[in-house]
Structure formats: C-alpha cells, structure tokens
Design a protein around this ligand. Structure first.
Ligand code: BG6
Length: 512
C-alpha cells in the first residue's frame, strides 16, 4: 500500500495509487446456470423498472432487491411469468476477455469484482468445490494481470447460494458461518499469489434495511403487506454478529494462508449533517453515525463499541455467542478500510435513539444546497472529503474507495458512444475532493468507480440506470446486441488516470 511519507503533496496523486472500477458477480456475470453454478438468491430478484415502480407505488429506500418466503415460492412456481435480470447480467462470463481489455485500455490499475459463492460451491456447503467455477476465476485473474490490472475481490457482494438461504436462513445460522469460512479458505488457497487485495462483505451495514440481499435471510411477508424488514432488531443484530464473526474468521484465514495479501471491510458510508444547529439534531447525527460506524468499529478495532450496549439494552438485543467469538473478533481485524460513497444525509431529532433510517438509500430531508441525480441521490463531493477525514481520524488505517459514481439515463449512437457529461462532472468533482483529502493527510490508496461497464442495477435490476464509461447495448428486458462501446467518460477517465489524477480538466478530452 502507499506510504504517504513519500508523497510530495503535489497536483498528482501518490505514486502507485490504484485507479479503477468496481463490479459484483450478480450484476455482471450472467450464465446463472452454466459452468456448474448453483442457484443464488439474486437469481430470483425481479426487474423493478420505473413503470412497475410507479404502478405499484414502490419507492427507493425500501427492500427492493430481495425476496420473502412467499414471493420466492411464487416466483419458483411461475418462473416464466417473471423477468430475472440478474440471471443474465451483462454476460461477463463470456465476454470477460474483451471487457478486461477495455478496462486495461483506460489504464486501470485495479478491478474490484466479486466471486459468486454458488459458482464455487453450488449449494454453498458442498463437500467439494466446483472445479469449473474455480477455473473461471483463474482465467479472469490471469486476464487482469495480462493487462497490468490488480484484481481486488469481494468474497460476498449481495450473494447467497439459494440452498443456504432456504434451508438455513443465511447468516441467521452458524452453519452458514462455517460454510463461508470454508468457501473463503478455498478461494484464498486457490488464488494465493494471484489476488493481493480481498474484502469480506459488501456494504455489511445493509443488514439494517435489507437482511435478505446482504445476508441471505428470508423472512415471511407480513399479512398486512408491510415491510418484512422493519424493526426486528434482536434478529438483525444476531445476523450481524454472525456475519462479523464470519468476516473475522476470513481475515484470520487469509493472514495464515497468504501473509502478503491484504483484506478489508466494506461499509456503505452514510455521512450525516444536522438539519439545524439545534443540539438535538446534532445528537441524532451522533446516533446515526454510531449505527453506521458500528460495523467498522468491530471489524477494525476487534470489539463491540461502548455505545452499542445501550442500544442493545433499550431494544432487547441479547446476542447468542459461541465460545471464542470475542477472541475471533479481536484477532480477525482488517488491514484496510473500504467504503462506498454516493451521497450525504440530513438528520432531524426523533426524540429517541432510533436507527431505523440508517441504510435507507434516500434521505427523507432534502439538502437545499445540493443537486441530485435523476434517481434523487444528492451529489456531495465536499461530503466525500469530510467523510474521508472522519474515517482516517477514527481508524488510522489505509482507505480504499470501493465505490463512487452516479446512475444516469443516456442516448447512445450506433457505436455505443454518448456524451455522458454528467458522469464526467461527478467524477471530476469527487476526484478533486479526494485529492484535497490526500493533501489533508488522509491515506487513501485507491479509487474504484462503481460500474465502469454498464451493469444491472442492484436496487432495481434496471439497465436504464447507467454508471459506465463502457456502454452495453442491452435494455431493461435484455433486448440488444450486448455490444460494448466507449463513452466520452471513457476518454476522460483514461486521461485522468494517465496524469495520475493531476489533470481533471474537461476541456481537452480527446475522443479517439
Ligand atoms: C451499492 C452496491 O449499494 O450501490 C452496488 O454495492 C450497487 O451493488 C450500487 O449497484 C449502486 O446502486 P444501484 O441500485 O444504483 O445499482
């Protein structure tokens, strides 16, 4: 990782800074029933395009990308009646060579991707791993290295073998913790020397809002049709505990198997502002911060933080621990901190400790000083610098930006080109603030744009919400040639990377 002592604090980023992009297996691979892969929960998540959302009154911020016991049974019984976009992804399983070549052409130094657990263990807990699945990732990593790209691998990005979800309720069960440890050990041994950077769970804090997507927990749909994930704090924190133990076990294993590799956490960082200067609003920010930091506090410091105990008391959370859990958490801490950063939130005092809003994708109170994306996500580059300072101040560990970006709609020409100036503006402003954070002394060693190739949205399974520098000719329903194209942002990011961050100007972009 970067030694900030050698940084000259000039216009460019530190030498060796990792520029790149991030994806997830369930949003790109497709080939859901090829190569010996077993089914995953994400294979039963349906398209929620704008029309459907408008018709059914579905708004972002709820548990969009999930299933309940009832909806899963219904979808399994009537497979033909539904569109399951994550089954097709963008066909990366077959196109990875060309896709990685395009990433290499942009100058990527890092490609964050995830392994599909059910491609390695089709049921999640099989006696033997699936050699075809293991060989696929060997080929992907080799291809990355061919182009000078370091693969960075998330062990679990919103991914759960269906069998483990249906039979054991995902991370609600210790059986799944054991299965995860075996899966992690298998891939660490196999890819030792090929993969230097790992991370355990993507956006682990989503257990608050959606334990299905993030932890494979499938609950019943309440009879009143309400949100199955509202409240239920004792169960959610038990799931979180199990997952934190699983994360720590993976860290311990990696350090034993490959002492030259690094492993990090991954938190969806929610930076909060108080609505007014009322101390009570600021108190709400403190509460919300605690609920967000909680996961990283355990993963980086190796113990439950003081503040969570009050919450556990007030909400009747009594964790079931196994002997040795606390020692495992202490020993299995992460080497670096990684976050996704998309936006900031505004907090108003609610009269009591209440973590309910955390993990919601949309802030209830609009920030009048910020523009928003077409999906209503506030755009806050300065908040990025603030959050990076907060993180470094708290942990003093190197930081990797796992995700940052904006989803937009766009019109492409027959070559797949489009002038996606909104992506460019978002990147420019965030990279400039990231540079400011480096000048502040924050140790950031890499930046991954979310979705450098257009992919299936996690929240709604649309293709319409595009993040990529590389376009994909595919619509929400899977129509299209799948052909890749280079957008204006492709040339912008290439130029930015070539200058190691020094050239963020938008007026000298050369379209080749
Ligand atoms: C993060 C996830 O929450 O946000 C990604 O880690 C996801 O998987 C990204 O794709 C953007 O969200 P969406 O819903 O626009 O795809």
């Amino acid at each position: 990782m970067i030694d900030l002592d050698t940084y000259d604090f000039g216009d460019a980023f530190p030498k060796g800074f990792l520029w790149g992009g991030a994806t997830a297996a369930n949003q790109i691979e497709g080939a859901w029933n090829e190569g010996g892969r077993g089914p995953a929960v994400s294979d039963y998540v349906i398209l929620l395009d704008r029309e459907t959302c408008a018709r059914e009154g579905i708004v972002e911020g709820g548990p969009l990308n999930s299933v309940t016991r009832q909806s899963l049974a219904e979808r399994k019984a009537n497979e033909d009646a539904y569109d399951f976009p994550k089954r097709r992804g963008i066909d990366f399983y077959h196109t990875y060579k060309d896709d990685i070549a395009l990433l290499g052409e942009m100058g990527f130094g890092v490609f964050r991707m995830s392994i599909s657990w059910s491609r390695i263990f089709p049921n999640g807990d099989d006696a033997q791993p699936n050699e075809e699945g293991l060989a696929f990732y060997d080929a992907v990593f080799d291809e990355c290295h061919k182009h000078g790209i370091e693969p960075m691998v998330t062990l679990n990005h919103f991914d759960m073998p269906l069998h483990l979800a249906e039979e054991y309720n995902g991370f609600a069960s210790r059986h799944v913790v054991d299965a995860f440890e075996r899966y992690a050990e298998t891939v660490f041994r196999r890819y030792k020397g090929k993969v230097k950077y790992w991370m355990t769970f993507n956006e682990i804090n989503h257990v608050y809002a959606n334990p299905c997507t993030c932890c494979g927990v499938i609950w019943d749909q309440p009879e009143d049709g309400g949100n199955p994930y509202a409240g239920r704090w004792p169960e959610k924190f038990q799931v979180a505990h199990n997952q934190l133990v699983a994360s720590a076990k993976a860290c311990i294993k990696l350090h034993e198997i490959d002492p030259d590799a690094y492993i990090g956490n991954m938190l969806c960082r929610l930076e909060n502002y108080a609505e007014t200067s009322k101390p009570e609003d600021q108190l709400q920010v403190l509460f919300e911060d605690h609920f967000n930091w909680f996961f990283t506090d355990v993963q980086a410091k190796g113990e439950y933080p003081y503040y969570i105990k009050r919450f556990f008391r007030d909400y009747g959370v009594e964790l079931q621990m196994e002997p040795g859990d606390l020692e495992t958490l202490k020993k299995g801490t992460v080497d670096y901190i990684s976050i996704s950063y998309y936006m900031t939130y505004i907090m108003r005092y609610k009269g009591k400790i209440s973590p309910e809003p955390s993990g919601k994708l949309l802030t209830e109170i609009k920030n009048q000083y910020l523009d928003q994306t077409e999906w209503g996500w506030p755009i806050d580059p300065v908040g990025f610098r603030i959050t990076l300072n907060h993180i470094y101040d708290r942990y003093h560990l190197p930081i990797f930006i796992s995700e940052n970006g904006n989803g937009i709609t766009e019109e492409r020409d027959e070559n797949g080109y489009c002038a996606d100036d909104a992506h460019i503006a978002y990147m420019k402003e965030h990279v400039e603030q990231l540079h400011q954070a480096l000048l502040d002394g924050v140790d950031v060693f890499g930046y991954a744009w979310w979705g450098p190739i257009d992919l299936i949205s996690s929240g709604t399974s649309e293709m319409t919400k595009r993040y990529g520098q590389i376009s994909v000719d595919q619509d929400d329903h899977g129509n299209g040639t799948g052909k890749r194209g280079k957008k204006k942002s492709f040339y912008y990011y290439k130029k930015l990377i070539a200058s190691n961050g020094a050239d963020t100007s938008t007026d000298n972009i050369v379209i080749e």
